[in-house]
Design a protein around this ligand. Sequence first.
Ligand SMILES: Cc1cc2nc3c(=O)[nH]c(=O)nc-3n(C[C@H](O)[C@H](O)[C@H](O)COP(=O)(O)O)c2cc1C
Length: 181
Amino acid sequence: MSANAQPASHAVTAADFRAACGLFASGVTVVTRLLPDGGPYGMTVSSFTSVSLDPPLILVCIDRNARFLRDLLPDQAFAVNILSDQQQHIAAGFADRKEDDRFAGVAWSAGWEGVPLLGGVVVTFACSLQQNIPSGDHFILIGEVHQIRRHKGSPLVWCDRGYHFLPAVGRAEEEAEERRS
Ligand SMILES: Cc1cc2nc3c(=O)[nH]c(=O)nc-3n(C[C@H](O)[C@H](O)[C@H](O)COP(=O)(O)O)c2cc1C
């Protein structure tokens, strides 16, 4: 370290770190599960990543204070719903700490093991919890994927603290379908 250099822990402020990480564009998901009383719960999550192809594994990073983590079972069933570009209001609603009934007016159905699958999304992954790893102020949840549902539409994009929209996605698949019909 040079004479003027700051120790790493002083060089990175929380605000700088958040702003820098925010430039990594991602999709937006709502991660859902059933609560012990059988009711649906969901929260907006952008920290979704695929982990492994065989077996099929994904991860999400969840704030240690988030209600999602309450009463988690070892094999807890949960779903990752990738939002479409028509669902910005759903992303906002499921990130609102004051909103008690996030599912009001939101179409959903029960998937594998009863996990709530949101309507109008582009993809749902129904998973079982494989690992729950504490890391800093978050928990890394790794899930094995048991069910995938795909629907037409373009995904919503989150970058630099704002929502963004892609030109049409899935065109190649639609053109192949048109050629077949
Ligand atoms: C676009 C977006 C992405 C988010 N991504 C995450 C995330 O990856 N992990 C997380 O813990 N919270 C994330 N949040 C914040 C939670 O959605 C928010 O804190 C929510 O209120 C937590 O649910 P709870 O209030 O029921 O505990 C995100 C919020 C937004 C708007």
